[in-house]
Design a protein around this ligand. Sequence first.
Ligand SMILES: [Zn+2]
Length: 417
Amino acid sequence: MKNKKLIIIILSSLALTACSGDKKKPNKNEDVESIHQQLLTIDTHVDISPDYTFKEMFDPGQKTLMQVDLDKMDQGGLDAAFFIVYVAQTQRTTENYAIAKAQAQRKFDSIHRMTDSLYHEKIRLAEHPEDVIKLNKAGYKVAIIGIENGYVIGKDLTLVENYYNQGARYMTLAHNGHNDICDSAQPNEKLGDVTIEHHGVSEFGKQVISEMNRVGMMVDVSHVSDECMMQSLTLSKAPVIASHSSVRALTDSPRNMTDEMMKALADANGVMQLVALSAYLKIDPERSVAIKSLRKSVAEKYQAIKYNYELHSHKPEYIAGMKIIDKKYPLATVQDYVDHIDYAVKIMGVNHVGIASDFDGGGGIMGWKDASETMNITKELLRRGYSVQDIEKIWGANLLRVWEDVDNVAKSLKNAM
Ligand SMILES: [Zn+2]
C-alpha cells in the first residue's frame, strides 16, 4: 500500500528542517496530517465492555459512544490497539476464579468475533510484532490482545499458555487489589487487603513470570506495587513493559512511576507507555470526588450491586453527569500529557517511551478525548521539536522492539529445552 521506508526517510528530513526553525516547519494541519498518516501508531491500552461486539452500542463497526470504534480509528489515524481482557479483582475464592475465567473468555471471544468474522476485512489480529507491520502495510487496522489483571488465571498456571494461544501478548500482573501473583499499587480495603501481602512478587508469581517468558507473553507492570515492579525486572528473562502508567514526579499517584523505577525499566530495555488518564496527569481531588459520587448514583439507579464502569459509562445519566464534571473540573490536556512524555524521555531516553490512552476504561483528555483525535498527539510532539524518527519510536516502534525481544527470549528458551 505505502512505501513506508522511503516515506519515513523523506519525512525525517522534513522534521529535521522543522526542528531547525526552517520555514517548512510542519505547523500547518496538512503537513502534520501527512506525517501522522505515515506513522505506525499503536495505543497499548483500550478497554472493552463485557458486551463488546455482542450488543449494538458496543459494536465497533457502528458509530458508537465508545471512545474507540473502527470509524474513530480511521478518522484519527490510529492504526493498532491492544484491546484489553480486563477482569476486576474480587475475593480470591474457587467460585470467583471460575467467574473471572468466564469473564475473560467472553472478552477473548468478543475480540475474535471482531477480527475473525464481523470485521475481518477491516481489522485483523496480530500475534507477533512483524504481523503488526505487515497488516498495517496491507491496509488493515490491527488488533492485539492484552490482559489486565493476572487474576484471570487464578491459580492455574496452564491458563497462561491457554490465553497466549488465544492471542494475549501482555498480561498486567495485578490490578486494583492484591492477587495471588503480586501486590497491587492500590490495595483494596473492601477485599480485606493489607498494605503489603507478598512484599512484591509471590512464589506463585515467580512461576507465572517464568511461564510468560516461556510462551512469549510480555510482563506488564502497570498497576502493581513498586516492589513488585522492581522485582519483575530481575525475575523476567525478557524486557518488561508498563502498558499504561505516567510520571509520579509530575503527578503523585501510586499508579505512576518514580524516576528510579523508570530508570530501572529503561536499563532493562523495557518501555513505558504513558497513560492519557486525567487523574494520572493532573491532581484534582475535587474532580475525583465528583466522579466517584456520579458513579455511585448511576450504579444505584441501575441497581447494580457493584459499580461496573465498563457498562455504566455508557448510560445517559453518566454521560450527562460527566459533561457537567468536565466543565467544572477540566480534564488534563494534550499539553499536560506530553509534559509527561517529555519527562519520561528525559529520564529514560526516547527508546523507552510510548503511548496509551486507556480509552473506554477511564482515559481521555482534552484534545485526545477519543481515537478520532489521535493526530493531536503527533501535532504536539512535532510542535515541541521531536523528530519524525523519534515520534515513530514513541508511537509504536519501541513497543514492537520490546515485543520482538520477548518473542526471541521465548524462542531461545524453547531451543534450550
Ligand atoms: Zn488500568
